[in-house]
Design a protein around this ligand. Structure first.
Ligand SMILES: [Zn+2]
Length: 421
């Protein structure tokens, strides 16, 4: 990639890192404005919308609306807190040769900058044969709130590429998550009179044993792409007002990772079954991310593999959860793809870094992917879908309307539905 492009990418990423957008609380609005200003200076319109005060998503569209396919390039504006252990200011990008360091350079502002530059280059082409939409969401690091708000507002696409550090491997699936609280109640009281009590802590070994058995059963049934579902005890607590009192309640928190095909309801029922018959046990399941899985034979996956030079044929799992499931649930084809590695590049840790070269390559790959997917080159894709709602079936209830041509007032129905298209 030419030097000027690399300089633009670096400039945008430096500005994005300097606008912290730490989640919690989120504060993505500043970073969204930075991205909007960058796109504007390249002649592209971008809409920033707050989904909560100070929390923002950005959408920028190019190409021919209503023609061919719509591809979204999506990554997130928010970052996890910096934490301790940085050599310098984590919100001031530092560069040593090819190595860029700062909070978010890899997860995921670097991916976002690479996608934004790909959009700018694609916009300079005379004809794309479809639409490319840059989607910068907030809230990815906690509950996918930005992506969910976007989808609730009616955003759809035929295909979505989610920018996360995958080492440029085309990831087709990720696990979901549930957080399960097991509350064990009994009778607490004076520790010197323990014979009259029913301490819940005494029942914990049986509870833990049954959960361990369940975890072993899960480990024996791996999913072909993302591996086995897991169950881990992540918190054990039982506490009375002082250490001479037996607590009347003990609580376990479980982290349960779901594989594609599993549901939160099933996870809840399975844990209740495992603990069935034990007195004073209550189970509460909080649904987190859903698992997601993309058919590896889909034209999007083939276009992504062609663009990255991958020779993989089966599915590849992304080790963390991300926004893939939110878009997949709208019916869009969806892959996860980006530069760097979650662990090696210290995402979510002090010293998060990424290679500028790798980001530039990712940017070029996003551009190739878009061209290939929209054009359906070399038999990679069939003809574009007919006049059906984007990303859904013809009977899909998801509201979607084409943008009104300039100078015409949308009718009322369109007005109420006109959202992120
Ligand atoms: Zn991320």
């Amino acid at each position: 990639m030419e030097t000027r492009e690399r300089a633009e990418l670096l400039k945008l990423l430096t500005e994005l890192v300097a606008s912290p957008s730490v989640n919690p609380p989120g504060d993505e609005l500043g970073a969204a404005r930075v991205l909007q200003a960058h796109l504007r200076s390249a002649g592209l319109a971008a809409e920033v919308r707050e989904f909560e005060p100070g929390r923002a998503n950005l959408v920028a569209r190019i190409g021919e609306p209503g023609r061919g396919r719509r591809l979204a390039l999506c990554s997130h504006l928010d970052v996890v807190p910096a934490g301790d252990g940085w050599g310098g200011d984590p919100f001031r990008l530092s560069r040593a040769g090819d190595r860029l360091e700062g909070r978010g350079v890899c997860d995921a502002k670097g991916q976002l900058a690479a996608m934004a530059r790909a959009l700018v280059r694609l916009a300079a082409r005379p004809r794309l044969g479809g639409e490319v939409v840059l989607v910068a969401v907030g809230g990815e690091e906690a509950g996918a709130t930005g992506a969910k708000a976007l989808v609730e507002e009616g955003f759809t696409a035929d295909a979505v590429v989610v920018g996360e550090p995958t080492g440029m491997r085309v990831c087709t699936a990720h696990k979901g998550r549930a957080e399960v609280t097991v509350r064990v109640t009994g009778t607490g009281g004076h520790a010197a009179a323990v014979r009259d009590l029913d301490p819940p802590v005494a029942r914990l070994p049986e509870v833990l044993l049954r959960l361990e058995r369940l975890a072993a059963e899960l480990a024996a049934a791996p999913h072909p792409v993302v591996g086995p579902p897991t169950l881990a005890v992540t918190r054990v607590s039982a506490r009375a007002a002082n250490t001479a009192t037996v607590p009347q309640e003990a609580t376990l928190v479980l982290d349960r990772r779901l594989v594609p095909g599993e549901t939160h309801e099933r996870v809840d029922a399975e844990i209740r079954r495992a603990l069935d018959g034990l007195a004073g046990v209550e189970v509460r399941t909080r649904a987190g991310a859903h698992p997601a899985e993309q058919d590896p034979g889909h034209p999007l996956v083939r276009a992504a593999r062609a663009a990255t030079g991958s020779d993989a044929s089966g599915g590849i799992g992304f080790p963390a959860t991300c926004d893939q499931y939110v878009f997949a649930r709208t019916g869009a084809a969806c892959v996860v793809l980006g530069a760097g590695d979650l662990r090696e590049n210290r995402a979510h840790a002090a010293g998060e870094h990424v290679s500028l070269e790798a980001l530039a390559e990712a940017s070029a790959a996003y551009e190739r992917l878009a061209l290939t997917y929209l054009a359906g080159l070399a038999g990679l894709a069939g003809p574009p879908p007919a006049e059906t709602p984007r990303g859904g079936t013809p009977s899909s209830a998801t509201p979607w309307t084409a943008p009104a041509p300039a100078g015409t007032a949308p009718d009322t129905a369109q007005e109420t539905q006109r959202t992120w298209t």
